[in-house]
Design a protein around this ligand. Sequence first.
Ligand code: AMP
Ligand code: MN
Ligand code: MN
Length: 346
Amino acid sequence: MTDAGGRSAPADADWAAAVAAVRAVPPAGRVLLVCHVNPDGDALGSMLGFALGLHRLGLRQVQATFPGPPRLSEPLRGLPGEQLLVPAAEAVVDPDLLISFDAASESRLGELADRLTTAGSTLVLDHHASNPGFGAVNLIDPRAAATSVLVDELLSRLGVPLDAEIAECLYVALTTDTGSFRYEATTAAVHRFAARLLATGISPGDISRRVFDTRPFGAVRLSAEVIGRARLEPAAADGHGLVWTWATQDDLARHGQPGYVLEALIDSVRCTAEADVSCVVKQTADGDWAVSLRSKGAVDVSRVAVELGGGGHRLAAGFTGQGSADDVVEAIRRELAAALLPSNGD
Ligand code: AMP
Ligand code: MN
Ligand code: MN
């Protein structure tokens, strides 16, 4: 099976160019690290882990940022390197080097995308097959389980050893994107990487409890309500089945919860044995919905997401939908049918 973009792992020349780009920055040079909007554990952990690595190399003018409001969801707060975060509005406009983490396209960098043209040089680290390679130097490996795998390799080539602070960031990134080592990208090499991270002395139990297993009581009750209204459509996706549910801003308000608590819902909904495809439609504003799509393998949901203006991976993708929740789900049903046409099969 080939990845949608047909992209292969970075070549030695790409790694050498990335190392040269970092080494070309003088000690007083400015480096701006950016990751995708609404950062998840991989985006933030990869970015902060590398920011700490640049500090270890003696670079002192390192900023890390992401587009949109400068707020992290509660589970992602307190990571080492957090002190290097600045609001997007305060990010240096013309850094000597700009490095992008876990963003599949320029648009995922929001208002920070303009730095791609004003930076002295640009480097992209990512693992989305759909990434067009929007940096001057690109380290993009669709087979990497997380962007943090690429960060680890680049730090190693730069001669920066893993320490407990860097390891905590990269462990959060790795466990987020592998579903705590459950997804298919979890290779022997991923476990060897995890073993090296744990060897620095970090505590996986504490980290996982903080990042994945701590929610306010109101979020538990909200989850019950949203999962309780899930719909199963066995005939959808050409008989492979679709299960979906939705949550509104009003649901959040009634339970007094911030939007991030909806992120974990897809993991409960996708357990449904009778459906290959699962979906949670989350209202972000009036008429705007953040959509999470998952597949067990029969359907490439990144195709569905790309057709609807988003992106992602074969088994996990997303997009921003418009209209009512029913409009959004109807668009998904239509694209699922199209994605399963024989001419699109792989
Ligand atoms: P999520 O369901 O938010 O966990 O996202 C699953 C995957 O879909 C992520 O790895 C992203 O790569 C991708 N994704 C989610 N939302 C979007 C979007 N609006 N545009 C592009 N890619 C997205
Ligand atoms: Mn991500
Ligand atoms: Mn990722």
